[in-house]
Design a protein around this ligand. Structure first.
Ligand code: SF4
Ligand code: SF4
Length: 739
C-alpha cells in the first residue's frame, strides 16, 4: 500500500519532562523523512486521538507511529480501524519510567526505539483476513456421556447447531452404570438420585442437535469452520461439515490387574469401584466368592493413583466416589463395619460436609499405605497397612469385600503411540521435538502430525494449564471432562460448558478471519513464498499446532484457520520465505540494523533483547511501572514468541556491531509456560546450533544468552541485565564493531 506515515509523540505521563521531544521528532523528520510529526500533551485524550484522526482524514496519513505508552495498554484508544497501520513506541514503561530523566543514554534509547518502529512500519501492510470456503458454525461433540451431553445442551442453548456422536448404542456414557450421585446441594450429607433417561431425552429432543449413536468418527479433515467429519454408523456413512469440535470421550479405570499387591486377581472378593457400582445398580451386592451378603467392607483409596509405579497423579474423583459407596452400605445397614484406607481424603469444597457426615455414620477412616491384602484363612480378607505418620502397622481383619478406588486413564491414552516423524535422509531428527500421540481412534484427524490429540506425559491432551485451560494443541478442538483431566461429576459439567463456549468462540473468531487464541482477533496469518521452498519440512514439523499439512512432494500446505499466528514456522524456515503482513524476518532484521551502534565500545555497548510479547515484554513493562531502573544499553524488540526467532537475526545483530543478544522467553519443559507450547524450547534448540557455530568462528558464544522469564520475574530483570552486561564487558567489544 502507498503509505503516509505520521509520528505522534506524547508529552504526558512524564515523557515531556524526561526527554528532549524536539530532538526525538527530528529523528523522524530528518533521518527518516517522515512527513507528519506532532506532539500532544495527552495523546490518549479525545483531543489527542482526534488530532491523529484528522490527519488521517485530511492529510491522508494511513500509518501512525504512536510514541507514548506500552502497546499493552490503550489498545482501544489507539485503534484507528483495520485499514490503518498503527505501531507503538514504548517510551513510557520501557524508557522514561525505567531510566533516569534528561540523561543522554535515556534519550539515545528513546531515539533507537523510534528508529526501529519507523523501519518496521515501512514494511508493514494492513492484514487482509483469510477467507475460507463454506464456513460452518456447527459444533461436533464426540462422546455422549455427562460431558458430551452437557456440551451439546449448552451449545444448542446458545443457538448453535450440534452434531453429537456416541460410540455405544445409547447416550449416557459412565452414567449408564451409575447407581447414585454424591450430594450436590445443601446440606451435602445425602446421596442424590438422578434420571438418566430424562437427561438423554432432553438432549436428544433438542431441535438443533443431531445425534448419532452406535457411531464412530472415521475421519476429520480440514480446519476450524471447515472440518469435514466422516461418520460410520451401522455400516452406513454420513458426512457433516462443522466449525469446531468438543472431545468428550471420557476416561477408563486404571487396569486393576496391575494391582496384585492389593489382592486384585488373587481373591474374587477384591473388586474395583466400578464393579461395586454395577452391583448396586443391579441390586445384588454379594461376596463374589460365595454369593453371601457382604457383612463388612474395606475401601482402598489411591489404588494405582499417586503411585510412582502406576499413575503418578491424583485421580481427583475417587475419594468422593468411595465416600459415596461407603454411604451405600451405611444406608443399607448402619451397623455394617466400613473401613476406608486413605493417604489423604481429597473431598474438596462442600464434599467436606459429606465426609464429616460419614464420620458421624461410623465409617472407620484409617490413614495408611496399604501393603497387602491377604486371605485371613477363615474366608475373609485382611488388609494390612502402614500408618502414614508413624509407620506403625495397622490392619482390618475379617473383611468380606475389598473395593479398589482405581484411578482414571484418559481415553486419549489408549492405543499405540503414533510415530510422528519418520527420520529423513540427512535430517537431524534429534533436534526436532516429537509429540506423544496415541492412536486412540477418537477423532482420526487427517493431520500430517498424527491422527489424535498430542498428549501430556500422562496421556491427557495437552493444553496450556496456566493461562488457557480449555485449549489443546489442535485449534478448534476442545477436550472436556475426564479426557482432559481427572474430575468429578460437577466439575465435568462445568468443564463441558467451558469447552462449548470455547468452541463457540472458535467458530465466531474464525469466521471473521481472526485468530482464536492467544492472539485473539489477530487478522494476520503466515504467507509462503513457495517459489523458494526447498521442501525441508521444518515448518510442518515445528508448527506446534499441526497447522501445516504437506503434499506428496513435501510442499507445505498451510491451513490458516488452524494457525495461532505464533510465527514459529517463520523462525524455522531456513529460506526465510514465511512472513505475515505485519511481522516478518526482514522487518525484525531491519529493526536490528537501524539501532544506532556507537563505534566505541567503551563509550556505549549495545545489547539487543528479543522479548517474548507474552511474559518477558510485560515483565519489562512491570519493571517500569515499579520504577525499577535497568541497564541503559538494552534495545528491546518484541517478538510474538521466541519460537519465531530466525537465526539470521543473531547474524544481523553481530554484524551490526551489537555486543550481546539476550533472548527472553517463557519457561519450557514439563511445566512450560510458553503460550505457544513449544516456542521457547524450539528457540533454545536453534540457539544451541548457533552457539556451536559462534565458537567455531572464535566469536564468543556467551554473547548470546537465553533466559526464561515469567511476568512475575520483573524484579530480577535489572540484575539479570547487569550481569549479562558485566559478562560482555569481560568479553570486550564485538569484533565486528565499526566494520
Ligand atoms: S507455526 Fe504458528 S504461525 Fe506458523 S502455521 Fe503454525 S501456528 Fe501458524
Ligand atoms: S521451512 Fe521454508 S523451505 Fe522448509 S518446507 Fe517450510 S516453507 Fe519450505
Amino acid at each position: 500500500m502507498e503509505k503516509k506515515t505520521g509520528v505522534y509523540i506524547c508529552e504526558g505521563c512524564g515523557l515531556g519532562s524526561a526527554l528532549d521531544l524536539e530532538a526525538l521528532g527530528a529523528v523522524a523528520t530528518d533521518e527518516y523523512s517522515v512527513p507528519v510529526c506532532k506532539q500532544h500533551p495527552f495523546l490518549c485524550s479525545k483531543e489527542g486521538t482526534d488530532m491523529v484522526k484528522q490527519d488521517m482524514e485530511a492529510e491522508g496519513v494511513n500509518a501512525a507511529v504512536i510514541a507514548a505508552c506500552s502497546p499493552r495498554v490503550m489498545t482501544d484508544v489507539f485503534d484507528f480501524g483495520a485499514d490503518k497501520i498503527v505501531e507503538r513506541v514504548n517510551l513510557r514503561e520501557q524508557v522514561v519510567w525505567s531510566h533516569p530523566a534528561n540523561d543522554e543514554d535515556t534519550q539515545m534509547m528513546a531515539e533507537d526505539q523510534l528508529r526501529m518502529t519507523l523501519v518496521k512500519v515501512r514494511e508493514m501492510e494492513p492484514p487482509v483476513p483469510f477467507e475460507g470456503e463454506n464456513y460452518s458454525k456447527r459444533i461436533l461433540v464426540v462422546g455422549g456421556g455427562l460431558a458430551g451431553m452437557t456440551a451439546a445442551k449448552e451449545a444448542a442453548g446458545a443457538d448453535y447447531e450440534v452434531v453429537l456422536v456416541e460410540k455405544s448404542d445409547q447416550l449416557g456414557g459412565y452414567l449408564k452404570t451409575l447407581y447414585k450421585m454424591p450430594p450436590s446441594s445443601p446440606p451435602y450429607e445425602e446421596l442424590k438420585s438422578f434420571d438418566l433417561d430424562e437427561m438423554v431425552e432432553k438432549v436428544s429432543s433438542l431441535p438443533n442437535v443431531t445425534v448419532y449413536t452406535g457411531a464412530e468418527i472415521e475421519k476429520i479433515a480440514g480446519s476450524p469452520c471447515m472440518f469435514d467429519v466422516h461418520i460410520r454408523q451401522n455400516g452406513g456413512q454420513a458426512q457433516e461439515r462443522v466449525g469446531a469440535v468438543v472431545l468428550a470421550t471420557g476416561s477408563f479405570p486404571y487396569d486393576a490387574a496391575k494391582l496384585e499387591k492389593l489382592g486384585f486377581g488373587k481373591s474374587p472378593d477384591v473388586v474395583t469401584a466400578p464393579q461395586l457400582e454395577a452391583m448396586f445398580k443391579e441390586g445384588r451386592v454379594v461376596k463374589p466368592s460365595n454369593e453371601q451378603p457382604v457383612g463388612s467392607v474395606a475401601f482402598i483409596l489411591c489404588a494405582g493413583s499417586r503411585d510412582p509405579e502406576h499413575l503418578r497423579y491424583c485421580s481427583a474423583a475417587c475419594c468422593v466416589e468411595s465416600l459415596k459407596q461407603a454411604k451405600y452400605f451405611k444406608e443399607a445397614n448402619p451397623e455394617t463395619p466400613v473401613y476406608v484406607f486413605y493417604k489423604d481424603i481429597r473431598a474438596h469444597g462442600n464434599y467436606e460436609l459429606f465426609y464429616k457426615q460419614l464420620q458421624k455414620d461410623g465409617v472407620a477412616f484409617v490413614r495408611g499405605n496399604v501393603t497387602s491384602v491377604d486371605d485371613d484363612g477363615s474366608g475373609g480378607l485382611v488388609v494390612s497397612a502402614e500408618d502414614v505418620l508413624t509407620g506403625a502397622p495397622v490392619s482390618s481383619e475379617n473383611v468380606d469385600l475389598v473395593v479398589l478406588a482405581t484411578g482414571m486413564v484418559p481415553s486419549t491414552a489408549q492405543g499405540k503411540p503414533f510415530q510422528m516423524q519418520e527420520p529423513q535422509e540427512g535430517q537431524e531428527v534429534e533436534d526436532v521435538p516429537t509429540d506423544t500421540i496415541y492412536v486412540s481412534n477418537n477423532l482420526n484427524l487427517d493431520y500430517r502430525q498424527g491422527p489424535e490429540m498430542p498428549a501430556l506425559k500422562y496421556g491427557f491432551p495437552d493444553s496450556h494449564f496456566i493461562c488457557f485451560p480449555y485449549e489443546s494443541r489442535r485449534t478448534g478442538i476442545y477436550p472436556a471432562g475426564t479426557v482432559r483431566a481427572p474430575m468429578d461429576y460437577s466439575r465435568c459439567a462445568d468443564d463441558a460448558t467451558g469447552a462449548a463456549l470455547k468452541a463457540i468462540q472458535a467458530v465466531e473468531m474464525t469466521s471473521k478471519g481472526g485468530a482464536v487464541h492467544p492472539r485473539a482477533g489477530d487478522l494476520s496469518y503466515p504467507e509462503f513464498f513457495m517459489q523458494r521452498c526447498t521442501q525441508c519440512k521444518r515448518c510442518t514439523v515445528e508448527c506446534p499446532f499441526g497447522a501445516i499439512n504437506e503434499d506428496e512432494k513435501a510442499n507445505p500446505l498451510p491451513n490458516p484457520t488452524r494457525c495461532r499466528r505464533c510465527g514459529v514456522c517463520m523462525g524455522a524456515c531456513p529460506e526465510r520465505i514465511i512472513s505475515f503482513k505485519n511481522y516478518s524476518v526482514s522487518m525484525i532484521g531491519n529493526m536490528i540494523k537501524n539501532i544506532n551502534v556507537p563505534d566505541e565500545y567503551d563509550e556505549k555497548p549495545r545489547i539487543l533483547i528479543l522479548a517474548c510479547e507474552n511474559d518477558a515484554y510485560p515483565a519489562l513493562d512491570m519493571a517500569g511501572i515499579r520504577r525499577l531502573e535497568y541497564n541503559p544499553w538494552v534495545r528491546v524488540v518484541p517478538v510474538r514468541c521466541l519460537g519465531s526467532m530466525n537465526l539470521v537475526w543473531i547474524a544481523d545483530s553481530l554484524s551490526s556491531g551489537i555486543d550481546g543478544i539476550l533472548l527472553l522467553g517463557c519457561k519450557h519443559g514439563d511445566d512450560y509456560q510458553c503460550h505457544f507450547i513449544k516456542g521457547s524450547e524450539l528457540a533454545n534448540i536453534r540457539l544451541s546450533k548457533v552457539m556451536e557455530t559462534l565458537n567455531r568462528l572464535a566469536l564468543e558464544s556467551d554473547r548470546v544468552r537465553l533466559e526464561q522469564i515469567s511476568i512475575t520475574d520483573y524484579n530480577r530483570l535489572p540484575e539479570l541485565l547487569d550481569s549479562f552486561s558485566a559478562r560482555l564487558e569481560e568479553l570486550g567489544p564485538n569484533p565486528y564493531k565499526g566494520f
